[in-house]
Design a protein around this ligand. Structure first.
Ligand SMILES: [Zn+2]
Length: 308
């Protein structure tokens, strides 16, 4: 009887050991893959870009390879953010600050498209279609009274997983005292939350005006004041030159300003597929503003870990 028990015990121990080693065998490589891939790429990219400096035009393949590495790097970083995707909340360190772009490691090749002054009939939906077709998430800054007028279009944007920011209720270029600023900003955020469930921590001042009381109130309320690094001037220019404006100012970590509402945006709709195609050809991946800032935060953490 005793021997039988001992044998059974041995069998159980053997079974546990086998299971554990099987699980280790399966899970360890996955963990390693998830946590360690960024360093080797870093080394390779540096080597390639150094040699490019010595021979600027010598090797197109090396250049392509370097771009491919940067795309891969950004995609990996994005994959690590998966749990945080589709949110409209920026990381804590950016709340209460003004940002024009993210400071990303040179290995990144990521850019954020932003659209202001919607929701708007026809053009917002057309832009949504183009983004969907290209599998891109963008960031929309809404005017409260337009959201009130076109709630269904707003809901469509949010349901498609884009990030949402606050762009005041009335979109005026006047001075505000604190109460006035509070009415413009609080009312818009309340409606965004009521209609979509999204609590945004992004505010963009109309006209990019930073000194009329709105931005100050937004920062006090811990919004990140989101400006831009590339202005398409789509509200005043022809399709071809708005494409050029974006391409000329495009850079990794950049934030591109365009409009889906507030007026006739047919030119923006017409230009967008070209802008996307040309940026993609240059190797950019498209992210939302919160994702862009999360990438910057990720890097700070990585650098801190590397120092330890
Ligand atoms: Zn605007």
């Amino acid at each position: 009887m005793k021997r039988l028990l001992r044998r059974r015990k041995t069998l159980i121990v053997a079974f546990i050991a086998a299971t554990a080693s099987f699980l280790l065998g399966v899970t360890l490589p996955i963990n390693l893959r998830a946590n360690q891939p960024l360093k080797p790429i870093q080394a390779q990219v540096l080597t390639v870009s150094q040699s490019q400096e010595q021979k600027p035009t010598s090797n197109i393949n090396q250049f392509k390879q370097a771009i491919a590495h940067r795309v891969e790097f950004s995609q990996q970083a994005l994959a690590e953010l998966q749990g945080m995707r589709f949110q409209s909340t920026v990381p804590d360190q950016f709340q209460g600050t003004t940002i024009r772009e993210a400071k990303l490691d040179s290995q990144h090749k990521a850019i954020a498209l932003t659209f202001d002054d919607g929701p708007w009939p026809k053009t917002t939906t057309q832009i949504l279609e183009i983004l969907k077709k290209n599998n891109i998430k963008a960031t929309f800054f809404w005017v409260g009274r337009y959201l009130q007028a076109y709630p269904d279009i707003g809901k469509q944007v949010a349901a498609a997983g884009h990030a949402i920011g606050n762009h005041t209720w009335n979109h005026q270029y006047i001075k505000y005292n604190e109460d006035g600023a509070a009415r413009e900003i609080d009312r818009t955020s309340s409606l965004i939350e009521e209609l979509t469930g999204i609590q945004t921590s992004m505010f963009r001042p109309p006209g990019g005006i930073l000194n009329n009381g709105l931005a100050a109130y937004a920062q006090k309320k811990n919004y990140s004041v989101v400006m831009w690094s590339a202005d398409s001037f789509d509200w005043r220019t022809l399709t071809e030159s708005l494409i050029d404006n974006v391409m000329r100012q495009a850079k990794s970590g950049g934030i591109v300003l365009m409009h889906d509402g507030g007026g006739n945006r047919a030119r923006t709709v017409k230009a967008l597929p070209d802008i996307i195609a040309r940026l993609r050809k240059e190797g950019y991946i498209f992210v939302t503003v919160p994702e862009l800032l999360q990438m910057q935060e990720q890097e700070l953490k990585r650098q801190e870990t590397a120092k330890k």
